[in-house]
Design a protein around this ligand. Sequence first.
Ligand code: HEC
Ligand code: HEC
Ligand code: HEC
Ligand code: HEC
Ligand code: HEC
Ligand code: HEC
Ligand code: HEC
Length: 460
Amino acid sequence: MRLWLLLLPAALHAQNQLCAPCHAAIYKRYMQTGMARSSGRVDGAESFASAKFTAANGAEFEIDKSYRMRFTRGEAAATRMLRYFIGSGRLGRSYVYEKGGRFFQAPVAYYAATKSWNLSPGYETRQTVELTRAIEPACLQCHSSRGAEIGGGVTCERCHGPGAQHIRTASPKHIVNPARLPVEERESVCAQCHLTGAVRVSRNTRPYTPGAKLSDSIAIFVERGGSNEVRATSHFEDLAISACKTKSGGKLHCTTCHDPHGGEVTNAKCQTCHQSCSQAGPKGDCISCHMPKQPGNAGAHVPFTNHAIGVRTPVSHPLRPFWGAVNARDWALADPTVERLRAVPADAAISAQLAQALDRAGDEAAAAQAARQTLVLDPNHTPSLINLGTYQIQKGNAKEAMALWLRALAINPSLVNARLNLAAAQIQAGDTASAKATLQLLFDYEPDLPRARRLLQLLQ
Ligand code: HEC
Ligand code: HEC
Ligand code: HEC
Ligand code: HEC
Ligand code: HEC
Ligand code: HEC
Ligand code: HEC
């Protein structure tokens, strides 16, 4: 697809380019990979012809050549400038736009298989067009150079650690070479982004950098339901149950088959350990029989290579840590029950989970208490503000509820539920002027809310 070449922003090369003078061949090869091109700015896409499509929910979308996205559905309409892409485009691309200094995931995505635009994964079943889904920090953790920035793709430093000193000294002592690390440290480099597991629990320690054990920063729990379902990021889990991995005594790594700087995986890689096959002899295409492509989960629309080599009967096991030692806090967050959460010291994450668990258990008073505790630990925790508001309105304390929702909206003006609740409370209090203003602001962020629109018409 020519489109993707045009999309490549110049800025993408800046950071990796610092390594180029001394590692020219690796640099050149790496910059062609999906990883290197996994995110960036959508700048100057001169000859992209505009695209139009009608979504299942009736919304009509148009994306023009300057990446301006417009939609109309009934009375609702809006325009957003797509600013960044996520995904190299081998399979497809997601987009990100900015509003009021915040970043949101676009409801439209590009699909390489059909060479067309459509609703983004996860939006297909929505009755309305959603514009306020905040971009998840996790997307950027895996697709970008640094968590906080968008764009730049996966840089050399994500696998080799900080490079500034090595650039000055050119000494191998000042850079991480994963090949020289012990097994878990070595695997941690790829596991940052290729091991999602069932739950990832962020520990209150320093963030991971290459050379360290990922399990010191993040506790990763895995679970198998017996269906051997494949996800885009389950390569690690799948390989872990293959005899190739379990019986090769720490000698099989991602990099046994993959050159992370780019290149094909060949059958010769299998033959470093297996000379031949009882079924196909030494010449068969090992990979197409033993690592077939299979469809990904709903929403992914793409085939993935099965890394559970040789596994024929479905494997199932309950939730358990993938590696490393886990503690009571890790378990409490991975499998949150009131009992487990109460047994560990309450930090903001524990307290927020406890509030949710108590709410599920129907203990509203205790849930409200835990939500207040969460706000002491993290005054900007908007879900706690919204939930506390709901408890207050149920008790008839409209003033307190409105104050809490306004506090949440001051922190994040795009919170649709807080604003809807606020408008309803204002109407109930007879303050139609404020309610109208609240709804207008709401439509600014989220225009496709038919019920709220009818409400506004009734107020006019
Ligand atoms: C000024 C030249 C220079 C620059 C710039 C440079 N390197 Fe190196 N790099 C070297 C030299 C010289 C070696 C040692 C080669 C050898 O010993 O075979 C090396 C070795 C390495 C090694 C292997 C270390 C080992 O233990 O085997 C890695 C990994 C590496 N560089 C990554 C990088 C990355 C990533 C960047 C950019 C952040 C970078 N280099 C920038 C000169 C440079
Ligand atoms: C910072 C996150 C990150 C790290 C670290 C990482 N990957 Fe990736 N990898 C990705 C993402 C994101 C993609 C999908 C890229 C795309 O197409 O948009 C990917 C794609 C790939 C692909 C498909 C081909 C390609 O280049 O796109 C292979 C193979 C791969 N990774 C292997 C590895 C191996 C081996 C390691 C460890 C040495 C590793 N990755 C480390 C994020 C990462
Ligand atoms: C745990 C790491 C991780 C997270 C979190 C993650 N991705 Fe990915 N993503 C990957 C990897 C790895 C691939 C490549 C999958 C493959 O090729 O099998 C990928 C593939 C993609 C692709 C297809 C790229 C291509 O090859 O053309 C898109 C688009 C994408 N991701 C968007 C997103 C968005 C949007 C989010 C957040 C909602 C997200 N990803 C979160 C790791 C991640
Ligand atoms: C996805 C992870 C990843 C990224 C990104 C990455 N590397 Fe590497 N690199 C590795 C791994 C893993 C090894 C060790 C390979 C092995 O196991 O033999 C390595 C080895 C090296 C070496 C040692 C010599 C060699 O060929 O083995 C150099 C030099 C190097 N990388 C430079 C770079 C530069 C420069 C970039 C960016 C342009 C880069 N790498 C990007 C994972 C990565
Ligand atoms: C680092 C060495 C290594 C590599 C590389 C490797 N394997 Fe294996 N593989 C093993 C070991 C060890 C076993 C277990 C053998 C045994 O049980 O005696 C195994 C077992 C298998 C089995 C039987 C699985 C079962 O459950 O009985 C198949 C099939 C297989 N490998 C295919 C492949 C293919 C295909 C490739 C290349 C894509 C490959 N292997 C690469 C080490 C390796
Ligand atoms: C025994 C060889 C082997 C090992 C070990 C291996 N892979 Fe692969 N991998 C493959 C093959 C073969 C493909 C398909 C390549 C293709 O279609 O171009 C593949 C494809 C991929 C892709 C592209 C998306 C997909 O699913 O088709 C990613 C990402 C990937 N591997 C990541 C990993 C990671 C991470 C590890 C380590 C946990 C790993 N692989 C270990 C052989 C291997
Ligand atoms: C036409 C499909 C096909 C091809 C091609 C193929 N295999 Fe197999 N292989 C099988 C089947 C079927 C079995 C037996 C059942 C099983 O283990 O899945 C098997 C079994 C194996 C085993 C288990 C021990 C044994 O020999 O029975 C290994 C190891 C293996 N294959 C490796 C390879 C390697 C390496 C290649 C490439 C040189 C290869 N296979 C090519 C289908 C194939």
